[in-house]
Ligand binder design. Structure first.
Ligand code: SAH
Ligand code: F3S
Length: 447
């Protein structure tokens, strides 16, 4: 069998797509390898969300060019968001690349690779195509957790973001296809799934009969053997009371909500075209915490959006402090060609951006630590997923709220078990605890 090596950058959706590609190519007799030197085909799945992500890809492509010089038969492919956005630049800066294809062409990857090998010329495939649910997967070690894409694309047009260009129109997969995919995963041992979409809480728009994410939760909750349901990323604009009720009531849906805020000043939110105000965001947080008091709430924040003044930034600090997130990704604004924000006046200088980034990061880190502190002494449900990285005698797993917990439990429990652990230590990036002996589990768990 010929050998395929995959290099994946970016978000969970890219990880999911890479797995589909490996599964589809497996059917065409391509076998996965971890070693790029023995590969006959290398596909780089790319991310274009920030400039840094693109830089990494170009540097990887530079290294692959050296490899190809030694092995002329090697085929190099580029897929993902940069394939869609940067095909010209890839051709110019990375002439060793033989194949460029966007996500709509994934279903035809086998045919595209054949075409390159047969015709010995560059193939570019970046047009739109009908939505298909691909469920191919490479054979591999059994696993507990899997991603499931439920919708593709985004039409929100936040002014800083390339996703509407790279991922195309918003389209949802029919519920039956998603349920079938999840059933297949569960039959292979998966216990936890994460539903993926750029605006996952808008799931179902445009489908007939009408459906939504709340419906999908219900349907997936009925899949026997599935233990946990997560979903990401939600957009505040589409967060309805109906979804909040389902989030509270559907048992397998975990108490973790990722709700990107981006900025705390209304002026900035408006220029970002986010579709909500700081007041609305606070209202939503109150509704969520009212429904699920122990929920873990995480977010994405951008500092240095064009025109962000010291006062605007202070409004972000203030809002973040009020909400007290359990965790946050803090990004420096990255100017993305072709987006409306790229040509806005008053781009924020680098040094100001760095100062704001450090300040906001320090705040979110402090707040996250304070929130985690509440878990000391509590008993939490943990899905055991392996041995601890630092101490092979310890096991590790995640809480329903997605926190890492390391605990002493070898011999008494196995990977894949749902166990109860009492939290003894709260560390910056994880919790430590002791296993609650079987038979003594509390009836009512904390999260
Ligand atoms: N669909 C998600 C966002 C996907 S991109 C949503 O609804 O928010 C993931 C995160 O990357 C975004 O939330 C944003 O914080 C960040 N991001 C996107 N474009 C960016 C840019 N140009 N510069 C800096 N951060 C950006
Ligand atoms: Fe991007 Fe906004 Fe969509 S951040 S992915 S355009 S919701």
């Amino acid at each position: 069998m010929a050998k395929l090596h995959l290099i994946t950058y970016g978000c969970q959706m890219n990880e999911y797509d890479s797995e589909r590609v490996a599964g589809l190519l497996r059917a065409e007799r391509w076998e996965l390898t971890d070693d790029e030197r023995e590969a006959d085909l290398i596909i780089v799945n790319t991310c274009a969300i920030r400039e840094k992500a693109e830089d990494k890809v170009f540097s990887t492509l530079g290294q692959l060019r050296t490899l190809k010089a030694k092995k002329p038969g090697l085929v190099i492919g580029v897929m993902g968001c940069m394939a869609q956005l940067r095909q010209d630049e890839i051709q110019r800066r990375a002439p060793a690349v033989d194949l460029v294809f966007g996500s709509p062409a994934i279903a035809r990857v086998g045919e595209l690779v054949d075409r390159v090998r047969r015709d010995r010329r560059q193939v570019m495939e970046t047009g739109e195509a009908p939505l298909v649910k691909i469920t191919a997967r490479p054979p591999g070690a059994s696993r507990l957790k899997a991603y499931v894409t439920v919708m593709e694309g985004c039409e929100k047009h936040c002014t800083f973001c390339v996703v509407p260009t790279t991922r195309g129109r918003e389209r949802s997969h029919p519920p039956a296809a998603i349920v079938a995919e999840v059933e297949g995963l569960v039959a292979e041992g998966v216990k936890e799934i994460t539903l993926l979409g750029q605006t996952v809480n808008a799931y179902g728009r445009g489908l007939t009969p009408r459906t939504d994410l709340a419906d999908l939760f219900e349907r997936l909750n009925d899949v026997d053997g599935l233990e946990r349901i997560r979903f990401t990323t939600s957009n505040p604009y589409n967060l309805t009371p109906r979804l909040i009720r389902a989030f509270r009531d559907v048992p397998k849906v975990c108490e973790w909500f990722h709700l990107p805020l981006q900025a705390g000043a209304n002026r900035v939110l408006e220029r970002m075209n986010r579709g909500y105000t700081r007041e609305r965001y606070l209202e939503l947080v109150a509704e969520l915490r009212d429904a699920v008091p122990d929920l873990s709430l995480t977010t994405d924040l951008i500092v240095g959006f064009p025109g962000e003044t010291a006062e605007d930034f202070a409004a972000t600090l203030d809002l973040v402090e009020r909400v007290a997130f359990d965790g946050a990704f803090v990004f420096r604004y990255s100017r993305r060609p072709g987006t409306p924000a790229a040509t806005m006046p008053d781009q924020v200088p680098d040094d100001v951006m760095s100062r704001r980034h450090a300040e906001l990061l320090a705040l979110t880190t402090r707040l996250a630590a304070e929130r985690a502190e509440r878990l000391r002494g509590r008993t939490v449900e943990v899905l055991v997923d392996g041995t601890s990285r630092k101490n092979a005698r310890e096991l590790t797993g995640r809480t329903r709220t997605h926190r890492v917990v390391n605990f002493d439990g070898q011999q008494r429990t196995r990977v894949g078990d749902l166990v109860e652990v009492t939290v003894t230590d709260v560390l910056p990036h994880s919790l430590r605890g002791t296993l609650v002996p079987r038979g003594q589990e509390a009836l009512c768990l904390s999260r």
